[in-house]
Design a protein around this ligand. Structure first.
Ligand code: FAD
Length: 692
């Protein structure tokens, strides 16, 4: 079916790697209201190699999109890190073992699974929820932006012409340099040691007699998820700032034949004088080796390294030297590549909150700490729901400013972390305390242990803004503007002291609670699926106590009133829980409390389905899983309780008294908008946890 020559869409995504697919996946949950298109210059997705590490926070996010279990089952679980260092005779020995994921920080631990499978999970999830399809072998060739209409939510300030490529043009060329490497996939076409081919592809497509048709797209928003060489970034004139180092690393994905005892552990091996290897055990008997090959002169210092001299055999030979006296060889190599370490971060992440950059397009660094894919996906996990609500007209456009204020800081932290980690990993071990040029192995272990918290993704702590009511209530943006919680003359006040272990700006931690109606235990995070809803969570105290019950029901009267913030902002005709869902967790005895003694906003009633039995939970002993002590876990007083507002991406926005309706209202009123009449009455969002 030929496309019309000109068309409109709400969000145009350029690039279908992990960042682009995460965004398309978010927007697939809003497909009724948001028209999304996603393009990729390549003819296919990735099938092997490339990124592989999944942090525990990323698994929590996958779980919120209902495919966490697929990654968890298929992946290799990483539980221990072994450190190998030279002994006094210069022979490598195991010097330490540390847990790979800090125990207790998440219900998941770090796992590894190759990028192609992760892209598959996204594609399946997008197809299940929408008719969005990745338009492959397609790339944008021109861009224009009309700044004068950028403040108008209904306007299309972006115009992009796209061109379709032939299959041959869209297929990256593979290196044929390996002696016995014919047929082995390599990732050199995506390596930072290879020049970008986008312009070449555009020229080819325009000259080719097979060239597909062009099409002009007018878009309200555009997101460049097009990797380190980002075409979108070049169009908007933004740059990456930072340096390239002179360390070259090779990567081999092999089924190893070896007598090295820790080959199924994640290992950091520093040899006395031959460099370093990082061992990453993988799914399907595979092991990934990151191997330091050599140092080369950087751009300032002269010629770049000739990458045609790097082959799987050269990488293996380096690994054999570093891991001697242990033997290492392989019969099967799945994938290999080489890259030069460089750390760069974008100067800006958005043009007038209409064009955004995400993932490798705004931060590049070394892959060894397994961060690139995770942070890239988390960029668009942060952006997706904000864009969707802006398009629907349920949130003010200014919410989009928080994308840059929240994610640029993470990118900068990532670059700093990677800088330190790479230096420690690439350096030669110190011979003794007087060897100042060498790396202290104690310092290396310390960096690993401390880095584990950062690397888990759990440490992310968003600053104060209109959607995170921390005290101080304002945050300096990268562009110098001030995003403030202030709305008119009012400001929502948080009381973070009401809980010890739930932190404003951080993701909501998880512990099991029981459903009041059917006694089933649920992990709290399972109650927060990524469907675009905000949540007001009421830790209501002991509801078998008359005064506590009356206090909650007084709040219920406010929430249920015609002009409550829930009823003001929920689009007409949509379910009452489709924008702000109210969840209650009480601390009384389950068997002594009756669900229907609560006011209706806590278990909404519809003619069609009767009462909703999946909104009220209790911190009590379960029949088969013991006691979880949720109030103790969260550090909440069992009588006083508290209220918590959680964003659609599970980050905590506000903490206050359980009946503080006034501040809850102030919080939402700062950025929510009375919905557009154009939002259709039927609902694509569901809070039905039965499909989880
Ligand atoms: P990408 O994955 O680069 O995706 C960009 C997409 O945009 C691609 O599909 C591309 O075809 C498309 N595209 C590009 N230009 C255009 C255009 N003009 N028009 C249309 N489409 C376009 N990370 C880890 O976590 N662990 C690892 O072990 C690891 N190993 C790596 C090894 C190498 C050699 C490299 C280069 C990276 C590695 N990374 C690793 C990093 C990880 O792959 C990236 O951080 C991650 O893929 C970034 O996701 P992204 O979606 O931002 O960009």
């Amino acid at each position: 079916q030929p496309q019309p020559a000109t068309s409109d869409c709400d969000v145009l995504i350029v690039g279908a790697g992990p960042a682009g697919l995460m965004l398309a996946n978010w927007l697939s949950r809003f497909s009724q209201d948001v028209k999304t298109r996603i393009l990729d210059k390549r003819g296919t997705k990735i099938f092997n190699g490339q990124a592989d590490g999944l942090q525990c926070r990323t698994l929590e996010i996958f779980d919120s999109f209902d495919f966490g279990h697929r990654a968890w089952r298929e992946s290799n679980h990483m539980l221990e890190i072994c450190l190998w260092n030279p002994d006094k005779d210069g022979v490598i020995r195991r010097s330490d073992r540390i847990p790979d994921t800090i125990p207790g920080i998440s219900r998941f631990q770090q796992v590894v699974l190759h990028q192609g499978r992760i892209e598959r999970f996204f594609l399946d999830s997008i197809a299940k929820n929408s008719d969005i399809k990745v338009e492959r072998a397609t790339l944008p060739i021109s861009f224009s932006f009309d700044e004068s209409v950028s403040k108008n939510t209904e306007a299309y300030p972006i115009t992009v012409t796209i061109q379709h490529l032939t299959e041959e043009e869209a297929t990256p060329k593979q290196s044929a340099t390996s002696q016995n490497g014919a047929g082995i996939s390599d990732g050199l076409f995506r390596s930072n040691m290879t020049p970008d081919d986008t312009q070449e592809l555009i020229n080819l497509a325009q000259k080719s007699k097979h060239a597909g048709q062009t099409e002009t797209i007018r878009a309200k928003f555009m997101v460049g998820c097009d990797g380190a060489h980002s075409w979108v970034r070049n169009q908007v004139g933004f740059t990456l700032k930072g340096e390239s180092t002179d360390y070259i690393w090779g990567v081999l994905d092999i089924v190893p034949i070896t007598d090295f005892p820790d080959i199924r552990m994640r290992c950091a091996i520093h040899s006395a004088s031959q460099g370093s290897v990082m061992v990453i055990p993988r799914e399907n008997k595979l092991v990934r080796l990151y191997i330091q090959l050599t140092t080369v002169q950087n751009a300032a210092g002269g010629a770049k390294f000739d990458r045609s001299t790097i082959t799987p055999e050269v990488i293996l030979a380096s690994a054999q030297r570093i891991m001697a006296p242990y033997k290492l060889s392989y019969k099967y190599c799945d994938w290999w590549t080489a890259y030069q370490i460089g750390q760069r971060v974008g100067d800006s992440f958005s043009l007038h909150e209409r064009v955004f950059l995400a993932g490798d397009a705004v931060h590049t660094h070394s892959p060894k700490a397994g961060q690139g894919m995770n942070v890239s996906m988390q960029d668009t996990y942060n952006l997706g729901w904000k864009l969707a609500h802006a398009v629907r007209g349920t949130h003010d456009l200014s919410v989009l400013k928080t994308y840059q204020s929240e994610r640029r800081k993470i990118a900068q932290d990532l670059i700093d972390f990677d800088h330190k980690f790479s230096r420690l990993f690439s350096g030669r071990p110190a011979k003794d305390v007087l060897d100042e040029e060498g790396i202290s192995m104690d310092e290396f272990k310390d960096a690993f242990v401390k880095g584990n918290m950062f690397a888990s993704g759990i440490a992310v702590d968003y600053g104060s803004s209109m959607i995170v009511a921390k005290s101080g209530s304002s945050v300096e943006q990268g562009d110098g503007t001030d995003v403030s919680i202030q709305s008119g003359t009012t400001a929502a006040i948080s009381k973070p002291e009401l809980t010890k272990n739930i932190s404003l700006g951080k993701r909501m931690p998880s512990v099991k609670v029981l459903n009041q109606a059917d006694a089933r235990p649920w992990h709290f995070q399972e109650l927060l699926p990524s469907n675009g809803c905000w949540r007001l969570v009421l830790f209501a105290g002991d509801l078998t106590d008359k005064a506590s019950l009356e206090r909650l029901n007084r709040l219920g009267a406010h929430l249920g009133s015609k002009d409550s913030f829930i009823n003001r902002y929920t689009p007409p005709g949509r379910p009452v829980d489709s924008l702000i869902e109210v969840l209650t967790v009480h601390s009384g005895k389950r068997a002594e409390f009756e669900l229907l003694s609560l006011a209706e906003p806590f278990h909404p009633y519809t003619e069609q389905d009767g009462y909703d039995y999946w909104k009220v939970f209790v911190d009590d002993v379960s029949y088969h899983e013991g006691e979880n002590k949720a109030y103790d876990f969260y550090g909440i007083d069992k009588e006083r309780g508290c209220g918590v507002i959680i964003r659609p991406d599970q980050y905590v926005s506000w903490i206050g008294h359980v009946d503080d309706y006034e501040n809850m209202d102030k919080f939402f009123s700062a950025f929510m908008k009375t919905p557009k009449a154009t939002i259709r009455a039927t609902n694509g969002l569901t809070n039905d946890t039965s499909t989880l």
